[in-house]
Design a protein. Structure first.
Lengths: 80, 233
């Protein structure tokens, strides 16, 4: 079973890396970009089990390690 | 003072820390590997030094915070044991939940390696009794992620409880954004846990304890700890 966990900064948390990318895009002439926020994507394979079980395990992974919930939100999607 | 220095893969300041602890206390600190599950019997100070544990993968300190020895450190702190985390050690303490908040990328996105000035906010703690409140010390920083961030509620709580012990300041002790090297909220350089026994600090006082290295401003922290522990014993 393939899954994807996306971790993004909570709104209100400053993202200096996103700001730097935003500036770089502007200087490359990519117009119309009003904001960039950088996040992380984890592609995870789950050996076996049902969908609900996989989702629960991925949530546990996100809570325990993948995201720092003080500053980050996470989203779990089972793909196949 | 019977100290234990926790060593994670990728840590590189453990010998600086051990040298300082040996110099101030006259006792050899125990070096404790991350995979160990207990601190040596009789440990009264656990120290998490600086460096790049696990290559700063995922988030600074995130993987080290979940290693086996941290359970022992958490239990030790829960019993009131003194814990000091410097630089990556501060990041590890935040990731482990022993301290609130998080250390983000420096506001100017640069790794900063230089001396900074810190204002001591209070002297009535085991960590700062070697200083006077309001005193300014000069110590080095070396980090890319030292920009302290916490939610508004947490900030209000730690400020009201007087848990910020060190702030980035001008040499005269005034707070000035120009001297807040990494953009930390409220210029926070070091803060303690609710119980007052766990300190996280971004700068490296352990590197300023010998006159030959240009400054002894960091000695107060370690001498204060040694005095506190010798009285408690």
């Amino acid at each position: 079973m393939k899954a994807r966990v996306t971790v993004t900064l909570k709104s209100g948390i400053l993202d200096p890396q996103g700001k730097a990318i935003e500036g770089a895009l502007a200087s490359l002439g990519v117009v119309g970009v009003s904001s960039v926020r950088q996040g992380k994507v984890f592609d995870i394979e789950i050996a076996d089990g049902d969908r609900a079980g996989a989702e629960a395990r991925l949530k546990e992974a996100a809570e325990k390690l993948l995201a720092n919930t003080v500053i980050e939100n996470y989203d779990v999607k089972v793909l196949t | 003072m019977k100290s234990a220095v926790i060593v994670f893969p990728g840590i590189n300041r453990e010998h600086d820390m051990a040298r300082t602890l040996r110099l101030i206390s006259g006792r050899e600190p125990a070096m404790v590997w991350h995979a160990d599950t207990t601190l040596p019997a009789g440990t009264d100070l656990a120290v998490i030094p600086g460096g790049f544990s696990y290559g700063d993968y995922l988030r600074c300190g995130a993987i080290a915070a979940r290693s086996p020895i941290m359970e022992a450190v958490r239990a030790f702190a829960g019993r009131g044991g003194l814990v000091l985390g410097v630089c990556n050690g501060f990041q590890i303490l935040c990731e482990s939940g022993l301290l609130p908040g998080v250390l983000m990328r420096n506001a100017q996105l640069k790794f900063i390696c230089r001396d900074v000035y810190l204002r001591i906010e209070r002297s009535d703690t085991p960590f700062t009794r070697g200083y006077n409140a309001g005193q300014v010390i000069r110590v080095p920083v070396a980090h890319g992620e030292g920009n302290y961030v916490a939610d508004a509620e947490t900030l209000t709580r730690i400020e009201n409880e007087g848990r910020v012990l060190f702030r980035y300041a001008a040499p005269d002790g005034s707070l000035d954004p120009q001297w807040n090297v990494n953009g930390a909220t409220n210029a926070i350089a070091g803060l303690v846990s609710a119980g007052g026994n766990v300190l996280g600090l971004m700068p490296h006082p352990e590197n300023h304890v010998e006159a030959a290295l240009g400054s002894t401003d960091g000695r107060g922290l370690f001498q204060g700890l040694a005095e506190h522990l010798s009285r408690a014993a």
